[in-house]
Structure formats: C-alpha cells, structure tokens
Ligand binder design. Structure first.
Ligand SMILES: *Cc1c(COP(=O)(O)O)cnc(C)c1O
Length: 374
C-alpha cells in the first residue's frame, strides 16, 4: 500500500501543545469512570437484573424489521412520544423533549444557559449535574443535605436561591445515591421562590410512590425528568423531560435532530406497549428491597438507610468502606464505593437490588467481609 504523502515528515514535524487548546475546565475534569464488572455479580449501576421473556423477545425481533436502517429516524420520535405520554401520565398540555438518556437532557438544559449562569443542586446527588456544569464552565454550587437523614437543608437552599439566583436547580426525587424522597413542602417552597428552572429528576419513579408529574400545572418553572433506564431499558438510552412547551421549544433548538435512533424508538415503544412484564419485575425488585434492607438492619457493624429507589445506601461503622468494598469484590460482588466522595458519604457503599440469589450472595459476602480479619 502507498504511504500517505505526509507520513515521511510526520515524526519530525514540530508538535504544538494540542492539549492546551482545550478549555481549562475541561482539562481539570476526570472522565466518568465505569468499573469493569467482568465475572462479578453486578450490583453497582441500578440496572434491572432481569432479561425479557423469550416470547416477548421473539415479537420484539419481528418489530425491529420495521426499522428502515437506511433512513434517518423520525427527529421528533412522535409515535414513541405518544406512548411515553400515556405510560407516564404526562399532562396533555405539557410539552415533551426526548434525550439520549436523561444524561443528554441534563446536558441540553445546561448548554442552553448563558456562560455565567448558576446551577444549583443538593449534595450528595447525581454526579452528572456537576460534571456537565463544570465541563461547560457554568457556576455550579452544591448545597449539602442534612447529615441526619439526607433531607434538604431548607434554610441553606432558600438562602442560596436568594443570593445566587440560580438559572437551574436539579433535585433527584428519590435522590441518588441516598435513596430518600425529599420533603415535599421544601421542594414546593423552592419552586415558588426560584427565579429559574427547577428540574425534578424522577429517574427512580418506577420504585417510588411519589411524583411531581401532576404538579406541572401548578408551577411554570417546574420540569419533570424521567428515564426508562432504571425501569429495565438502560441499554436503549432514552430519557425525557416534561414541562412548559415554551421552555421546551427553546431547549429543542439545542438538541441534535436525530438524538433518538430508530432502534431505540421502535424498541422503547414496543417495550412500553408491553410494559406489564417490566412492571412485574419492578414489583419484585421493590419486595427484594425490603428483604435486603431487613437483612442489612440485622448486621450490627453497618448503618443502612431506607430507600424509595432500586438501591440501598449503607455506611460501615467499624471497618473502612474501602476495605469492605475490596473484600466484596474479591468475593465476586461488585457494588459502588461512594466513600472516595467524602463528606456525608464517607464510609458509604451503595448496593443495587438484584435477583434474590444475587442479593443473598451479597449479604453472605458482606457478612464475610465484615468479619474477615486483616
Ligand atoms: C441513572 C440516573 C440518571 C441517568 O439516567 P439515563 O437516562 O440512563 O441517562 C439521571 N438521574 C439520576 C438521579 C439517575 O440516578
């Protein structure tokens, strides 16, 4: 094969410092790290542990033939949007914006803000709010949750709203990684006081019996964000945002036209039209959540916190969480170590609810890890 013309001189070319071309805030970031779960029981990422019944899978594969792979997908994903409205009880007059995961919606929201905008979120919270704000050079402020029970610090939040005038506030409801639902009254006070948008992130709606979806009419600045990931479709990458259509019209200008690919549109629509099997899986996960919490409460060297999501946060009281995490991994169980984040999360670990036998394997391994001598 002929060598490209420029290759002879390539090694001798002066190399400008290409890395310094990037914005300092990008250089200062670390990439989002995902642990390798090879050969481990995977209880680290809030995934639904169940696959699809074979019968449903067969019908689904037939449906996929409807995807014309040579064509661009419907840029508005109209058929899917209709099904999402239905299955999620989105009020008729509300607008709807779809994203490639709710992660993309978090990015779209922030990309549309002016460069000096303030973004506010309670901490500990979902890390992508901050990661994306920092990558865009926005002024991010994290307001600590109350140490006792991880609820919102109303005083600190309302004071921050008054002085910082955030363009955007993120509240995960239930919160990740703590699992609790925040005090509704405080959220309502924030909605009433905030000069900007308030995104209530309901990623864990399938496991919680509370929602702000029905409150969209009451607050013009409220946006409710959800995803199909935790329901059981994490591989699809589909999230959505409901709220005032005049606001969503602006965000829609920032969205890339074909962000929801054809396979995702067709599959999500199919899955939600057959969602009974997914709802049954989430019911099983909720029952298992009670079992795992009861088992964790029976272990004296840890403190486990109640959860309205498909995971449980717990704190090690005697051994450092780093050690317990490593010992669990050596025993074949991968959970999430939050201790490196420090603050309210020091010595905290988060376990995702899996299948009954996976949960039992986790509890057994945890007993082993806590009693193991060094
Ligand atoms: C998992 C999660 C998301 C991201 O969901 P995707 O739709 O998979 O991008 C958003 N918010 C919270 C609070 C989450 O835990």
């Amino acid at each position: 094969m002929a060598r490209p013309i420029f290759s002879a001189d390539f090694d001798n070319m002066p190399k400008p410092d290409l890395i310094s071309l990037f914005r300092p805030e990008v250089l200062a970031l670390s990439a989002y790290h995902v642990a390798d779960a090879n050969n481990l029981i995977k209880l680290d990422a809030m995934e639904n542990p169940y696959g699809w019944p074979e019968k449903i899978q067969d019908i689904w594969l037939e449906h996929l033939k409807n995807c014309p792979m040579n064509r661009y997908p419907d840029p508005e994903a109209k058929a899917l949007a209709e099904v999402l409205r239905h299955s999620n009880g989105i009020p008729e007059q509300a607008g709807l914006l779809l994203g490639n995961g709710s992660d993309e919606i978090i990015q779209i929201l922030q990309m549309a803000l002016p460069p000096d905008a303030v973004v506010l979120a309670p901490e500990p919270g979902f890390v992508m709010y901050k990661q994306i704000a920092l990558s865009l050079g926005l002024r991010y402020h994290g307001i600590p949750l109350l140490a006792d029970g991880f609820d919102l610090d109303a005083q600190a939040l309302l004071a921050a709203i008054e002085t910082l005038k955030p363009a955007l506030i993120f509240l995960a409801y239930p919160n990740n990684p703590t699992g609790n639902l925040f005090d509704t009254q405080v959220i309502e006070d924030m909605l009433a006081m905030a000069p900007g948008l308030v995104v209530v992130d309901e990623a864990y709606a399938p496991f919680a019996d509370a929602s702000f979806m029905t409150r969209l009419q009451d607050y013009p600045n409220l946006l409710v964000m959800r995803t199909v990931s935790k329901l059981g479709l994490a591989g699809l990458r589909l999230g959505f945002l409901a709220g005032d259509s005049a606001i969503l019209d602006q965000l829609n200008k920032v969205r890339l036209p074909y962000n929801i690919n054809c396979l995702t549109q067709e599959t999500a629509r199919f899955a939600l039209e057959h969602q009974e099997f997914l709802l049954e899986q989430t019911r099983t996960i909720c029952l298992q959540r009670s079992e795992v919490l009861a088992a964790l409460h029976g272990i004296s060297d840890i403190e486990a916190y109640p959860s309205s999501a498909n995971f449980i946060l717990f704190r090690t009281l005697k051994k450092p969480a780093d050690e317990v995490f490593a010992s669990l991994k050596a025993r074949g169980i991968l959970i999430k170590n939050l201790s490196p984040q420090g603050g309210l999360l020091s010595n905290c670990l988060r376990v995702t609810i899996g299948k009954p036998e996976e949960n039992q394997a986790f509890i057994d391994a945890l007993h082993g890890a806590l009693t193991e001598s060094l």
